[in-house]
Design a protein around this ligand. Structure first.
Ligand code: UD1
Ligand code: CA
Length: 422
């Protein structure tokens, strides 16, 4: 088995016109993450030593998502073959394999790419194509075979009637021996209909030169879904979401209604936690064991929920920590807050964390009890075991001492014996 080093080249210069958007296609999100990030993550995890991304004009916005990848510029978008040709300066002398893939295939699994690269090496192939049999091949390039041997790829527009019936399609994901690829790119001509250089035409050139080409066929056609339209984006989002939910289910999380639950890729949820319908959990969120979340809960990025916590209906949490056995059962907003253990947050309690210019922190210590409709105008601190009366407004800069009770607007400490007096 060859152990040549691996580099990757991601093609992202296309305009993505079918999205009908002001934003570059690859910055649209599926599973809470821009499409291109899914692909970059995958290729770095598959062990690519270098990653190049082909960008076109007006793709400045994409640069900040590249995480150190090398930018290859394609001035005129003359097709996928032309896009790869632009990388000749950087990768033309790469003595190893080059994984080439489009930036709009977010659903391909890391395990699939790993196996694909492994098989390519095992067979010492010059070119490998990731393929799948699909129900609706229209629009994709078809894999042409003579017997079992791959002999080329035919683009949809150029396919004859009988070729159109081929259901094995090109995913647009390949591994090439880099030096041979750049040689073969010199052999291809502009497609007559589209006036573009097709990367797919190199396959026939490899075969003509007697270089070994293989197809690696996978079973799950969802993996190679290319996002071209908003509808495709919705499908990709669903595919990734269901995959995440299944992962959590297997790890012991109850998700009562998967179709009504969104959990971004990579969130962590502990065993025996129950997620009720219409819950939205963002990237990087950590939730402990035996929690009850939702229905209608929104837990945003930067939140960490400890064990046995209840985040109930119509509660939004962002950039906040919630300690174990704390209850936030109804109608609350917690932003930039840090809640201790066994805090009881009454219905309608909110943190007013933004003063129009900056966000401020709220700290609530263990066993505090916040009365219904409390407003905490951050920055504030509520001491251990302290209480706020219903409707109190704790003002900015205030610190409620441990064990004390505050009431009113603005909230003042209730002195012993005063309760009930005029
Ligand atoms: C391509 C394949 C097709 C395959 C399909 C899988 C070719 C000719 N066809 O078709 O066989 O079934 O993908 O999804 O390769 N891009 C550039 N520069 C360009 C043109 C495209 O960087 O000049 C990028 C795009 O941003 C995109 C990728 O290359 O990420 C694929 O281009 P796209 O136009 O979407 O190709 P398809 O028509 O989908
Ligand atoms: Ca495409």
């Amino acid at each position: 088995m060859s152990t040549k080093p691996l580099a990757a080249l991601i093609l992202a210069a296309g305009r993505g016109e079918r999205m009908n958007s002001d934003w570059p296609k690859v910055l649209h999100q599926a599973a809470g993450e821009p499409l291109i990030e899914h692909v970059i993550e995958n290729v770095s995890n598959v062990g690519a030593k270098r990653i190049g991304v082909v960008l076109g004009a007006h793709s400045e916005r994409i640069r900040s998502f590249l995480n150190g990848a090398e930018v290859v510029f394609q001035q005129n978008r003359l097709g996928t073959g032309h896009a790869v040709m632009q990388a000749a300066k950087r990768f033309g002398q790469w003595k190893g394999d080059l994984l080439v893939l489009p930036a709009d295939v977010p659903c391909v699994r890391l395990e699939t790419l790993q196996e694909f690269v492994r098989k390519h090496r095992q067979h010492s192939a010059a070119a490998s194509i990731l393929t799948a049999e699909v129900d609706h091949p229209a629009g994709y390039g078809r894999i042409l075979r003579r017997g079992s041997q791959v002999i080329g790829i035919r683009e949809d527009l150029d396919a004859s009637r009988s070729e159109q019936r081929i259901s094995e399609i090109n995913s647009g994901i390949y591994v090439f021996d880099a030096v041979t690829l750049f040689k073969r790119l010199g052999d291809i001509k502009k497609n007559r209909k589209k006036k573009e250089y097709y990367l797919t035409d190199t396959i026939e050139a490899f075969v003509r030169h007697g270089e070994s080409v293989r197809a690696h066929k996978i079973n799950d056609q969802n993996e190679i879904l290319g996002v071209n339209t908003r509808r495709d984006l919705a499908v990709a989002n669903q595919v990734l979401n269901i995959r995440e939910l299944e992962r959590h289910s297997k790890a012991g999380v109850t998700i009562l209604s998967p179709a009504q639950t969104f959990v971004a890729k990579g969130a962590r949820i502990g065993r025996d936690t129950v997620i009720h319908p219409f819950t939205w959990i963002e990237r990087g969120v950590v939730i402990g064991r035996k929690c009850e979340i939702g229905p209608f809960a929104k837990i945003r990025a930067g939140s960490k929920i400890a064990d046995e916590v209840v985040i109930g209906s119509f509660v939004e949490v962002v950039r906040s920590k919630v300690g174990s056995k704390t209850f936030v059962k109804h109608l609350s907003y917690l932003g930039d807050a840090e809640l201790g253990k066994q805090v009881n947050v009454g219905a309608g309690t909110i943190t007013a964390n933004f003063d129009g210019r900056r966000k401020h922190k709220t700290v609530v210590h263990d066993r505090a009890l916040l009365g219904c409709d409390t407003i905490l105008v951050a920055p504030v601190t509520i001491g251990r075991g302290a209480k706020t009366g219903a409707g109190s407004v704790v003002c900015a800069g205030q610190s409620v001492p441990p064990g004390k009770t505050v009431v009113g607007v603005p909230a003042k400490v209730l002195r012993k014996g005063k309760r009930g007096k005029k």
